[in-house]
Structures are given as structure tokens and as C-alpha cells.
Design a protein around this ligand. Structure first.
Ligand SMILES: Cc1ncc(C[n+]2csc(CCOP(=O)(O)OP(=O)(O)O)c2C)c(N)n1
Length: 603
């Protein structure tokens, strides 16, 4: 029996079905739950959650980009403690940034409902790792709900608010790339207005000093036990009857794969890997001859079941890395002797041409990295579109760890002394505001000899073009204060700071060279809007005059997708041509061309 069949309150008034992605469905659930304050920092696959929330009226719900995930969660915490339902959304690695707040918030509890929507990325489609948020939930003692499809994504968000308020805890709703970005039919309902409760002054509860935290910790453990009992009794924890020769415990999207490849199996679908519905698991294990666990990424459920003294098999048959799929689940069941070995993987008769990711035609980051190649120093990189400069042909980044790491990495390199100088950190505008300012202060404070290049393309491009405090616009498009990077740098104590237009190649090269010659912290702000956001830029395209081209490949070094090889040759080498449809007329190639054979199409 599902929670819907059990008529869990809130699901009687279903009105309309519509095709929604998991992210849109969760946003709808947030709005329906009467949430008043929503904040997030973008990150694939979670970005569209807040963007979808912002499609609901501002009079119902505040939707705002925060400068980073910790700020987003802190905003939501402040709102919840002030008595209104609140939401904070982020990708899995965003929770690393927000975790400091979460670890204490679980001690403090909430006043009105507080839900974190965290989207994992099994398979690393667009991330720097594939950490499993369920481990964070266990570490923070925060219950985690794991929907399987868009309908559950919508429903579980609403249920999460009830759990949050009943048990006085923040609740995590965990999605994954597959769920966040898959569209399916979702029955939605109306918004429930929740009366604001106001802030209740209670420092013993809300001020996390040692005396209060000591009292709170045992309560946290008690709450864990109560939540175990809640999930054991709740129709959220679902048993699908089937053959009892073996039973499968599963969760989230893997539930769908299990149902597809083992339709006759007895299945226990956990709505929460943590806290474990222990009594249900015990009864389920006793009802089958053999117990298997099918879970994506870490053996969270498997280890919890084994800790109860119940034998089960999981990661011995199913991989601990990457995304699961029906084929992988079937292969695991076959390895366990419970299914026929799968045939060859299905062929879809598609042989896509391998197309490595590249910076867009006219991307302003391109010239900055060309200039860095010329300097030939040690480059600590960061995360954003510009990370693509790590690969050929730009190939000018030595390290990339996580958002905001570049400047302090460069400080460490300067302290250690590297076999290559100068030492340069490159960082995007959104990333600088996210977590680049404290390390810049640190660099000046500790007298590091580094150059920082702030790649200001006036948008968070990597995740699809979101506003941030450097764009001067809010998520809902209202004008707001626009921060000045020069002022921030000066306030941090940087004495050498210049702004340069990366389309002016000569000045860019000279400025970067001068910056690297300065002793101390120098900052170059390479400023030019992204060619895609907030407006798509399309200038007059350029063309190559084939007579003049000497096949020197200078323009090819840009890695511009508009420049390709032509059929003509010069002394045995291929000449180049420009695709007018892709070219945006940035003129970078024309500036690099030593034979002056690149001109506007209409020249
Ligand atoms: C902690 C964390 N949050 C979010 C992301 C997703 N993400 C990667 S880079 C980036 C920002 C990129 O914007 P910017 O620094 O302006 O560079 P651009 O892509 O515009 O060149 C985001 C949001 C992440 N990888 N890690």
C-alpha cells in the first residue's frame, strides 16, 4: 500500500495531472506546502528548483539566489526560526559548504518546517565527485526522504514539512540527476496557507553554546529513535508483496529499476535510508529466505541492516560507484544467481560523434587563458565554464579542487615554492563571490606573491545563467546593488588591481604580464559579458580569406568551435575556415592572425 492509497493527509484534494520534471515537481510541492521563504545557490542538477519556485507569485513565496549554499541554508534557518516554512536547495557538494550550519541546526531544531532539497549526481554527469548525501544525513542526524519519481518528489516535499514540524528537525529531501531532470505526470494540489508563528524567544533552544548543545545532543538521539518508529509505521515505507525466495530492500530511483527487472520479487521500498525503519526491515527480512539490498552509491542501507545483526547482500553484487540502471540491477541479480545473465547491452543504433566540451565561440574566457599560456606559470584553477581551459588546446590550468579553492591553492603553492612561476589563480565572478573573498583576504594578510584573475562574465554561466550580486539583478529580475570587484579587492588590501577587456588581446596580454611581475597580490579583472547570458550575443561573423591563410594554426589555438579545417592546403598543411552561423564576431582570431586574413563577412 502506498502513502497515497493510505490517504495520508494532504493527498485527498488532488486536482490536476501535468508533466513535470522532478525539480519542477519539488518546486510545486514547496509552493503547495505554504513555504514563504526559499533560497538556493545554483548547481546542476538542482538549479531549476529555485527557478521554478520563482514562477509562483512573489506575494506567496520569496525566492532568492544566495551567494553560496551556506548562506542559502542560513537564510532558510532564520526564516524557519521566525515561524514560516522555509526551503534551501543545492547540489550535493553544496551541502559541504552548508554543512556547518546543518550540523548545529539539527541540535537546535526548527520552529516552522525547514526542508533542504539536495540533489546528488551519481555517475558524475556534471560535478567534481559523486558523494552520497545519505551519509551527510546520518552524520547530521537529519531524516532524509528519497523519492523515486516526480510524483513522489512533489509529495515527499510536502510530507517533509509535516515531519520537520512534528519532530522539530530539518528534513533533507534527496534527489538525483535522473529524478531531477526526468519529466513525468504529476498530480498536483492547491497551496495550503500556513499561519506564520512568529519568532519565539528561547535562547536555551536557539543559541548553540556548549551548555545548550550538551542538553540537545541526547534529545537528538531520542528523536532518531522516534523517527525510526515513525518510518516503520508510516505508509511511506512500502512493501510490495511477491515471491519470498528472496526479498529486495531498495530506495529512490533504484526502486523503479528493481520493479522493471524483478517484477515478481518481494520488495521493501524505504522512503528514508536514514533513520532506518528498523521494525519493518526486521519483519521483511524474516519473511524472505534471502535478503538483497539495491542502493545507489554507498552501502548506507546495507550497513544499517547488518548493524541490526541481519545478514544481507548488497555491494557484493551491485556497484558502489556510478549510476544504477535496469541493466546494472539485472546484472547484479544475475551475479546473485537470481536472474538470467543479461544479453548484450541493447543497441540503439546511434553512434554519436565524440564531441569534447569546449568553450563557446566568442567566450571571453578564451583570451584570458591564451594570455596565461603565454605567461607559462603555475595556474590554480577553479570551477566554472572556464575549467574547460584545462584541456587542449588551451590546456592552461594545473589544479581544480572545488569552488573557491583556487586562490588559497595559489597561496599554498607560493608558500611551498613551485618549480614554475609566476603563480596565478583564476576564478569566475560567481565563484569569487561564493567563496573567493576570504582566501583573497588571506593572500594579502599572509603576503603571498600571486596573481588572481577574476573572470567576470557577469553571470553564473556554468549552470545556465543565473544572477548573482555582481550582475545587479535579483532572481526575479529586479534591479539591486551591484558589487564592485575593485572595491572588494581594495578593501581586502590589494594594491595592484586592474580591469581589462579580454577582447582587447594586446592590452590583456600586457596587463597579465605586468600583474605577474608585481611582487605581492595583484588582481586582474577580465570583464566581458558571457555570449549566451543574460542575452545571446551575435555580432557580424568573420570569414577567412583563403588566399592569405598560411595554415599557421594561431587561430586554432583558441579552440573556438566556429573555426574548422578547410579543404585547402598551404605547403601541405590545412588552411582554416569559419562557420558563419557559429561565429559571433568577437575578433579574437582576427587579432591573433599573423597574416591578417580574417575579416568580417561583409567587409
Ligand atoms: C559548492 C558548489 N556549488 C555549486 C556548484 C556548481 N557550480 C559549478 S561552477 C559554478 C559557478 C560558475 O560561475 P562563475 O564562477 O561565474 O563562472 P562561469 O561559469 O560563469 O564562467 C557553479 C554554480 C559546485 N560545483 N560546487
Amino acid at each position: 500500500m502506498t502513502y497515497r492509497e493510505a490517504n495520508v493527509p494532504g493527498f485527498g484534494a488532488d486536482t490536476m495531472a501535468r508533466p513535470l520534471t522532478g525539480n519542477e515537481a519539488m518546486a510545486r510541492g514547496v509552493w503547495e506546502a505554504g513555504v514563504k521563504v526559499a533560497a538556493a545557490y545554483p548547481g546542476t542538477p538542482s538549479t531549476e528548483i529555485l527557478e521554478s519556485v520563482a514562477t509562483y507569485p512573489a506575494s506567496d513565496i520569496t525566492a532568492q539566489w544566495a551567494v553560496n549554499e551556506k548562506v542559502s541554508l542560513d537564510v532558510a534557518i532564520g526564516a524557519a526560526l521566525s515561524g514560516v516554512r522555509a526551503m534551501s536547495a543545492m547540489k550535493h557538494v553544496g551541502l559541504n559548504v552548508a554543512s556547518d550550519s546543518l550540523m548545529s541546526q539539527t541540535y537546535i531544531g526548527v520552529h516552522a518546517g525547514l526542508v533542504l532539497i539536495v540533489c546528488d549526481d551519481p555517475g558524475i554527469h556534471s560535478s567534481q565527485n559523486e558523494q552520497d548525501t545519505r551519509l551527510f544525513a546520518r552524520l547530521a542526524n537529519a531524516p532524509i526522504l528519497e523519492p523515486s519519481d516526480a510524483q513522489e518528489a512533489h509529495d515527499f516535499v510536502k510530507i517533509a514539512y509535516d515531519i520537520s514540524e512534528e519532530f522539530d528537525t530539518p528534513v533533507i529531501v534527496r534527489s538525483t540527476t535522473r529524478l531531477s531532470h526526468t519529466r513525468s505526470s504529476v498530480t498536483v494540489g492547491p497551496r495550503v496557507e500556513v499561519e506564520p508563528k512568529g519568532f519565539v524567544g528561547n535562547p536555551q533552544k536557539t543559541v548553540s553554546i556548549p551548555a545548550n548543545a550538551r542538553r540537545a545532543h541526547p534529545k537528538l538521539i531520542e528523536r532518531e529513535e522516534k523517527l525510526k518508529a515513525f518510518f516503520a509505521a508510516s505508509p511511506l515505507t512500502q512493501v510490495d508483496e511477491g515471491t519470498t525466495t528472496y526479498g529486495i530492500v531498495t530506495h529512490g530511483t533504484p526502486y523503479l529499476y528493481v520493479k522493471e527487472v524483478a517484477p515478481d520479487a518481494k520488495v521493501l521500498k524505504l522512503a528514508a535510508s536514514y533513520p532506518l525503519a528498523e521494525e519493518t526491515v526486521k519483519a521483511f527480512a524474516a519473511s524472505v529466505d534471502r535478503l538483497l539490498v539495491v542502493e545507489e552509491l554507498e552501502p548506507v542501507i546495507e550497513e544499517s541492516i547488518k548493524a541490526l545483526g541481519i545478514p544481507c547482500e548488497g555491494k557484493v553484487f551491485f556497484p558502489r560507484v556510478g549510476e544504477l540502471s535496469p541493466e546494472i540491477v539485472k546484472a547484479g541479480l544475475a551475479a546473485a544467481g537470481l536472474a538470467e545473465a543479461p544479453a548484450e547491452p541493447p543497441s540503439y543504433d546511434i553512434n554519436p560523434v565524440v564531441r569534447p566540451p569546449v568553450l563557446c565561440a566568442g567566450c571571453p574566457h578564451t583570451a584570458s587563458y591564451m594570455a596565461l599560456r603565454a605567461v607559462d606559470g603555475r595556474v590554480a584553477g577553479d570551477i566554472g565554464c572556464y575549467t574547460l581551459a584545462a584541456v587542449e588546446p588551451l590546456r592552461s590550468i594545473d589544479t581544480t579542487i572545488c569552488m573557491g579553492a583556487s586562490i588559497a591553492n595559489a597561496v599554498g603553492m607560493a608558500m611551498a615554492g613551485t618549480n614554475k612561476e609566476p603563480i596565478i589563480a583564476t576564478i569566475g565572478d560567481s565563484t569569487f563571490l561564493h567563496s573567493g573573498i576570504p582566501p583573497l583576504i588571506d593572500a594579502v594578510y599572509n603576503k603571498a606573491d600571486i596573481t588572481v584573475i577574476i573572470l567576470d562574465n557577469k553571470i553564473t554561466a556554468m549552470t545556465g545563467g543565473q544572477h548573482h550580486p555582481g550582475t545587479g539583478h535579483t532572481l526575479r529580475g529586479e534591479k539591486t546593488h551591484q558589487v564592485s570587484y575593485i572595491d572588494i579587492c581594495k578593501a581586502a588590501g590589494v594594491e595592484w588591481v586592474r580591469k581589462v577587456d579580454p577582447y582587447d588581446v594586446g592590452t590583456l596580454y600586457r596587463t597579465i604580464r605586468e600583474a605577474t611581475e608585481y611582487k605581492g597580490v595583484s588582481v586582474v579583472i577580465s570583464e566581458r559579458p558571457c555570449v549566451l547570458d543574460p542575452v545571446r550575443i551575435k555580432g557580424q561573423p568573420l570569414k577567412v580569406n583563403p588566399e592569405g591563410c598560411v595554415a599557421c594554426q594561431s587561430c586554432m589555438n583558441l579552440g573556438c568551435p566556429a573555426i574548422t579545417w578547410s579543404d585547402q592546403f598551404y605547403e601541405g598543411h590545412r588552411k582554416v575556415q569559419i562557420d558563419a552561423a557559429s561565429c559571433i564576431g568577437c575578433t579574437l582570431c582576427a587579432q591573433l592572425c599573423p597574416s591578417d586574413c580574417i575579416q568580417p563577412v561583409n567587409a
